[in-house]
Ligand binder design. Structure first.
Ligand SMILES: *Cc1c(COP(=O)(O)O)cnc(C)c1O
Length: 400
């Protein structure tokens, strides 16, 4: 079968909820992926930052195989010998008090919403049914009904209502708006430290510090969604560290397994997770031994192979070089670490066509919103790989 055969099969039998680039991949190793015709590409999307450790990392693969031979799933009806060690290791690494494991990112977000609502009723004493949660315009927290209900992106919600009430949206990066939106019934503020899907939007310097203070002053829980920005992507373990703050709840997913397996978690710095009693919440696969073993090794790899430090230095280099590109199409280059957005001017005709030309040049990336090219390679990228990519990116952005 060649590329077109696979594409035809997908469109004959699949739901049409994605518009991928027409490249059919069949193998990955580190920074690189190969298509069914044998062509090699540099992965500059990293599966939306789920592949921070690179494709098919040999150590994570080994951990997965070893555990898969022993025990994969017992459900939480019984205990397993991977769960406790996973809890201890992730809490120590992230300076958290407790953790609740789930599977997808959206489930971690849903879990956090349940936790802060219950905290609001039992600890803050908000009247029953009145809890309010503040979110930001242009947010992306996943695709479940509750989550799309508080999205400000028209397409995410059109045709899917009615939605869960209790959410208020304010402008991102505006701490005065947060202060104004808080009422006695506000239980939490859910925010991304950098809006990834929203177009790599970096808030003004001091924003995280200031929302931390506002939340403290008003007894409002700060929930930071680090599903995309966390685990080294921005050059720190968590993006919140750039301003030296700690959330009350931090959400992780994506790279928590290095791309081998869906695993997410809610990390708690206050005892918010203590509001859950047996039976309040759960998941058949959440906290299963296979997922835990994979996540343990994925975290060790990030730290032991200094991928976080590399993300900081290589990110700085890539960003500086991109800013040097003299292209009539570029409006702005921004980001942190290896999460970089190149915003193109309206007249450039959209980012998609540049992604298609970059694909021909051997680089895979994806537009986010209409005019933004996101570059987020695996965190093991080296200077020579960046130089190789820059030559092509410059050619495409200056000649097309
Ligand atoms: C990807 C993402 C999610 C959702 O994760 P899924 O695993 O796709 O459900 C939530 N929040 C942010 C910031 C994300 O980037």
């Amino acid at each position: 079968m060649i590329t077109q055969d696979f594409i035809d099969l997908e469109s004959e039998f699949g739901a049409n909820n994605y518009k991928p680039l027409d490249v059919v991949l069949c193998r990955g190793e580190g920074l690189w992926v190969w298509d069914v015709e044998g062509k090699r590409y540099l992965d500059c999307l990293s599966s939306y930052s789920a592949i921070n450790q690179g494709h098919c990392h040999p150590r994570i693969l080994q951990a997965m195989i070893e555990q898969a031979k022993k025990l994969t799933l017992v459900s939480r009806a019984f205990r397993n010998d991977q769960l406790g060690p996973f809890y201890e290791e992730i809490c120590k690494l992230t300076h958290s008090h407790s953790v609740l494991p789930m599977n997808s990112g959206a489930e971690a977000v849903e879990t956090a919403i349940k936790a802060i609502r219950k905290w609001g009723y039992t600890e803050k004493r908000v009247p029953e049914g009145k809890a309010e949660i503040i979110v930001c315009d242009n947010n992306f927290h996943g695709r479940t009904l509750t989550i799309v209900g508080f999205s400000t992106e028209k397409q995410y919600k059109e045709g899917f209502g009615p939605f869960t009430p209790g959410f208020i949206s304010i402008p991102f990066g505006d701490s005065a708006a947060l202060e104004k939106a808080i009422t006695p019934n506000t239980v939490g503020f859910l925010v991304e430290p950098i809006q990834g899907e929203g177009g790599v939007i970096v808030p003004p310097e001091g924003y995280l510090k200031s929302i931390r203070e506002i939340c403290d002053q008003n007894n409002v829980l700060l929930v930071i969604d680090e599903i995309q920005t966390g685990l080294g992507r921005t050059g720190k373990l968590f993006a919140e560290e750039h301003e030296g703050i700690q959330s009350d709840l931090t959400l992780v997913g994506k790279a928590l397994s290095g791309g081998f397996y869906p695993i997410s978690a809610v990390l708690s710095n206050k005892e918010v997770l203590a509001v859950f009693n047996p039976g309040d919440h759960g998941s058949t696969f959440g906290g299963n031994p296979l997922g835990c073993a994979i996540a343990r090794e994925a975290l060790r790899v990030l730290v032991e192979e200094d991928m976080i430090g590399n993300s900081a230095t290589m990110g700085e280099y890539l960003m500086a070089q991109l800013k040097e590109i003299d292209s009539p199409h570029i409006k702005e280059v921004r980001g942190k670490g290896l999460l970089i957005g190149i915003e193109l001017k309206q007249e450039a005709g959209g980012a998609r066509r540049f992604c298609e030309v970059l694909q021909k040049e051997g680089i895979l990336c994806k537009e986010t919103h209409q005019h933004i090219l996101r570059l987020a390679p695996p965190l093991l990228i080296q200077k020579e790989n960046i130089d190789w990519a820059l030559e092509r990116i410059e050619r495409v952005l200056t000649s097309s």
